[in-house]
Design a protein around this ligand. Sequence first.
Ligand code: NAD
Length: 374
Amino acid sequence: MQTIRAGVIGTGFMGKAHSLAYGAVAAIFADVPRPLLVTLCDVDPANLDARARAFGFEKFTTDWREAVADPSIDAVSITTWNRTHRDIAIAALSAGKHVWCEKPMGLTLQDAEDMADAARRSGRVALLGYNYIRNPVLGLARRLVAEGAIGTVFDFRGQIDEDYMADPDAPWTWRMRRDEAGLGVLGDLMCHLVSAALLLVGPVAQVCAQLHTVHRTRRLPAPPHGAAEVDTDDHAHALVRFAGGATGSMVASRIAHGRKNLLRLELHGSKGMIVFDQERLNELELYVADGAADTRGFRRILSAPEHPPYGAFCPAPGHQLGFNDLKVIEAAHFLRCIAGREQPFVGFEDGLLIERTIHGMAASAAAGSWAAIA
Ligand code: NAD
């Protein structure tokens, strides 16, 4: 079995998720090339050696250029802040590495175009971290749509909400500045919703959006303290028209009190409906408009070995997968793409469609009119 020597850049929330996924993936999926954890990198040296040991890496560095230039490394995970994605991805692809990069692609649409161009020229695998679409029940939803179980899908209703910035006293972070984050909730959360729409309905052709920043200043966490301005969006609403003819609406908020990881979608079809609520990660609701009217209703389907790749984790239905398992499924896909057995989705090319959609929403909101997604 082929081995892939991996480097992970960033050791925060996503750096840990990628590292854990590399550590688990070959035990869960027997068919994937085995990843070897070579270099862990973070610009912050505090406890970096301990983190590298804990995650099982051979070595560590504070300089991402060193990891990217290392000829022994085949694949690089980019899990750093948004403003670094472009330069690290382009350098890694140019050095012949396969890349698994967290969303969003970069700060601007031009960053995303540059990254997709570098991926095209390199011929390497370039995958984005849209882990939520790895959920086996969304795989089931996709299959049901393709099989016509709910007829023609004419309406997509999507909502993605969290409350990690709902407290007006929450401190200022890099996510609140356009020059560090790019977009606000559009790049944080809306892009995930667009990835689900891309999987289930296809690309978006036109948008009409409005954006709002409710908390315009935030407390600086470090001296000299005081308040810093926020120039990114807190919540966003968009009407959308899909290239295939369906219509829809998408809303996103990072200041929605009580919402911890809500990604809710409804697919309205001519013969039924599919509903998914990510705070109930292992469930899909299906309504099919047939049979006796007096017993019609939504069916609640629990994830099970019949919904691949759930069975690779657990032989018993309804025992439930979690967030980090979705990252393991994504790691398996990345490794199979490197082995030439699958095509990356969401690859950098598909990622461009998502970036065009969220940047199109920003442009539409600024202009106060519909925007075409080129
Ligand atoms: P984080 O702050 O927890 O971790 C980022 C880490 O990167 C930090 O340890 C920081 O020191 C390090 N870093 C920053 N610049 C660096 C550089 N130049 N070189 C080396 N290390 C550097 O952030 P996070 O929540 O893990 O977010 C990171 C990325 O992941 C963001 O782009 C975010 O949008 C994305 N994200 C994706 C998901 C998902 O579900 N796919 C969830 C959360 C975050």
